[in-house]
Design a protein. Structure first.
Length: 408
């Protein structure tokens, strides 16, 4: 019989949990693919459902908005339940939501399917974001997060592009049905291969359990969540509408969108590998270089959108630079949060990510209607610049405080 794993209690170095981490990566792959599948199929979905592109883009906003509203309450309600069991159950709900999306006869029913998927997705990430921290010691967090985040990268390399190609060839409903079947298979893999973990923090004799908000790490957690919201809002203001941008602004045929998304995802996988090395060795410099790479490449896309070769090169650079940022942010969060606040911090992190995803999709739709599609990359650069200044400034303040010594 397998027993719960708790990296903090291990007296001897255990074998690196490759199977468990790869299983988590697979679960993340299907969940992220499910979330972002509409981005490559917006034109087809809008046409069949007789709605505008910006209205179709709200499918991303509704999904993310549901995650924002529901994640923290659901995480609190389920904090006593098995982490492994929750991953299995929510994956089955994700599969059901995709089946409902595939058969939805109207836009309104499709919105309902996306809300159900958002409920499951929010709880999924509240559990999974901290899962790797229970499987490995702290000095291996960067490597572990890079492996599990490989599932998200694979979603952009294979899941979304293949789903887009499948949707173009056989219809977007088939794409949702296929991802539902794959989610069921990954849920069964979780049941078989994912190690259970002990996420409870015992209270020692005489110790008083303090409220979560009094934990000293929470200030850093909240600040990092604000940075995450800024970054993800900017990214999704542009990326949600990347298919119409490639067609309308850059002049690519719609048949090439899936291949370009494949290139972006493949570049993101390279960025994720680089992040795996950078996160444990020089996290601040690596993070800064990645952000600068995103801003520079997106500026090139905004200025030289009519040059196909330049667009493809800048698109790939954007993918490499952005590919490792979510993993770096997650690693930073796990280092920032204390052990007792990790699950709560993971829920807040999931909420922050999805405020950015949903808010970015909503803002992108507004800019698309009012300012035109060429305004979207400029918006991304501005958001990243604000987030970069905030992060660098707070890091500098923290370093100065550390040099002065503790003040309390």
């Amino acid at each position: 019989m397998s027993t719960p794993t708790n990296a903090t209690n291990a007296s001897a170095a255990p074998a690196f949990p490759w199977i468990g981490l790869l299983t988590l990566a697979g679960a993340i792959f299907v969940s992220v693919t499910s979330e972002f599948l509409p981005t490559g199929l917006l034109p087809e979905m809008a046409a069949e459902l007789d709605v505008s592109l910006s209205t179709a883009g709200l499918l991303v906003t509704v999904f993310a908005g549901t995650v924002v509203v529901a994640t923290t309450p659901l995480a609190a309600l389920t904090r006593k339940y098995s982490r492994k069991g929750l991953v299995f159950v929510v994956l089955l709900v994700v599969a059901l939501a995709n089946v409902l999306a595939a058969i939805a006869p109207t836009y309104e029913i499709l919105v309902g399917a996306r809300i159900l998927g958002g409920l499951a997705h929010g709880l999924f990430w509240a559990v999974v974001a901290a899962y790797s921290a229970h499987l490995v010691p702290k000095h291996q967090l960067g490597k572990a997060v890079a492996i599990t985040s490989g599932g998200a990268s694979a979603a952009f390399v294979l899941g979304v592009p293949v789903g887009t190609a499948l949707g173009h060839a056989l219809g977007w409903r088939i794409a949702f049905a296929v991802i539902a079947a794959i989610v069921v298979l990954l849920a069964l893999a979780v049941l078989r291969y994912l190690p259970p973990v002990d996420h409870h923090v015992p209270v020692r004799t005489g110790e008083i359990r303090l409220p979560m908000y009094k934990d000293r790490s929470m200030r850093g957690v909240v600040l990092l969540c604000i940075v995450i919201m800024i970054f993800l809002t900017g990214q999704n203001t542009y990326y949600t509408y990347i298919a119409p941008w490639l067609i309308e602004a850059a002049g690519f045929p719609d048949t090439s969108v899936a291949f370009l998304l494949f290139l972006f995802g493949g570049a993101g996988a390279i960025g994720l590998v680089l992040a795996g090395f950078a996160s444990d060795r020089f996290p601040r410099r690596g993070f800064a270089l990645a952000l600068i790479g995103v801003m520079a490449s997106v500026l090139v896309l905004a200025v030289w959108s009519e040059n196909s070769v330049v667009v493809v090169v800048a698109f790939v650079v954007w993918g490499v630079a952005f590919g490792g940022l979510p993993a770096m942010l997650q690693t930073r969060m796990l280092h920032t949060a204390s052990f007792r606040t990790r699950d709560f911090a993971a829920a807040l992190q999931t909420t922050a990510f999805n405020i950015g995803i949903g808010g970015g999709a909503l803002l992108g739709g507004v800019l698309l209607d009012r300012s035109g599609i060429q305004s979207l990359p400029i918006a991304l650069v501005l958001f990243l610049a604000v987030g970069f200044v905030l992060l660098v400034g707070t890091d500098a303040l923290r370093s100065a405080r550390a040099r002065r010594g503790p003040s309390d």
